[in-house]
Design a protein around this ligand. Structure first.
Ligand SMILES: CC(C)(COP(=O)(O)OP(=O)(O)OC[C@H]1O[C@@H](n2cnc3c(N)ncnc32)[C@H](O)[C@@H]1O)[C@@H](O)C(=O)NCCC(=O)NCCS
Ligand SMILES: Nc1ncnc2c1ncn2[C@@H]1O[C@H](COP(=O)(O)OP(=O)(O)OP(=O)(O)O)[C@@H](O)[C@H]1O
Length: 199
């Protein structure tokens, strides 16, 4: 049976970098956010649902989502966010299950920024939280995206904190520039491949 391993972490924690290493070790990685963004533009159930809620102008004339409009709706009103997530998440979940069933690998990775918040974690055999000190995360995102300190801080304030995530997680990967990163990843990969479990 293919094990399902969920990886999450706050903005700038290093989820994507770590998933790249898992990919190099041969693990298939499902990037939930990338899939969700693709499905918003292509899946009839989501498209019809969003149009029913917000009118046809939520899509541009070429059929792609108006990101600014949707972001304006969901990031200012948590009820609307729940409604939109209620349309998107069941479809992403279904796509993930189908995708995972088709992979020939001892384990697969599900990378999601909101693994716990969305309840996706319940479908995983193991969950990993990537952690790093807040200031380091902010510095990384400022460097990566050219965002301001304040803008990153605002995002952080809207996400669950590490303590909340770690309470539900099976494991932590420390990406704090103090603990060696690659050996932590190699050890998890080895446990999964050789023993079909993480400790
Ligand atoms: C709402 C959209 C158009 C906003 O685009 P924009 O480029 O302004 O922002 P971006 O994509 O960088 O997201 C900003 C941050 O919000 C988080 N976020 C995005 N969508 C959601 C959501 N539905 N629920 C909670 N957090 C979300 C992202 O993880 C990220 O940290 C876009 O994020 C989108 O299409 N979201 C739907 C995809 C989705 O639900 N992703 C969540 C993971 S399954
Ligand atoms: N150990 C590290 N050493 C140096 N740079 C790092 C390290 N980990 C991550 N980075 C850099 O920090 C930035 C943030 O990392 P990454 O994009 O992987 O984070 P993320 O958790 O996926 O963020 P987001 O939630 O915003 O998608 C990237 O530019 C990445 O290259």
């Amino acid at each position: 049976m293919t094990l399902k391993v969920g990886i999450t972490g706050g903005i700038g924690s290093g989820k994507s970098v770590i998933c790249q290493v898992f990919k190099l070790l041969g693990a298939p990685v499902f990037e939930a956010d990338t899939w969700a963004k693709k499905l918003v533009n292509s899946h009839p159930k989501i498209k019809n649902g969003l149009i029913d809620c917000y009118g046809p102008d939520i899509y541009s004339p070429n059929g792609t989502i108006d990101r600014k409009k949707l972001a304006g709706i969901i990031f200012t009103d948590s009820t609307e966010m729940q409604k939109v997530n209620g349309l998107i998440h069941p479809v992403v979940r279904q796509e993930f299950m189908t995708w995972a069933d088709q992979r020939d690998s001892p384990y697969v990775i599900h990378e999601a920024a909101i693994l716990f918040e969305s309840g996706f974690y319940k479908m995983m055999d193991y969950t990993i939280v990537v952690t790093a000190p807040e200031n380091m995360r902010i510095d990384r995102v400022v460097q990566r995206d050219g965002s301001t300190f304040e803008a990153v801080k605002e995002r952080i304030n809207k996400q669950w904190n590490d303590e909340q995530k770690l309470k539900l997680a099976s494991l932590e990967i420390k990406n704090d520039n103090k603990t060696l990163l690659i050996p932590q990843i190699i050890e998890i990969d080895k446990q999964l491949k050789e023993h079909g479990k993480i400790w």
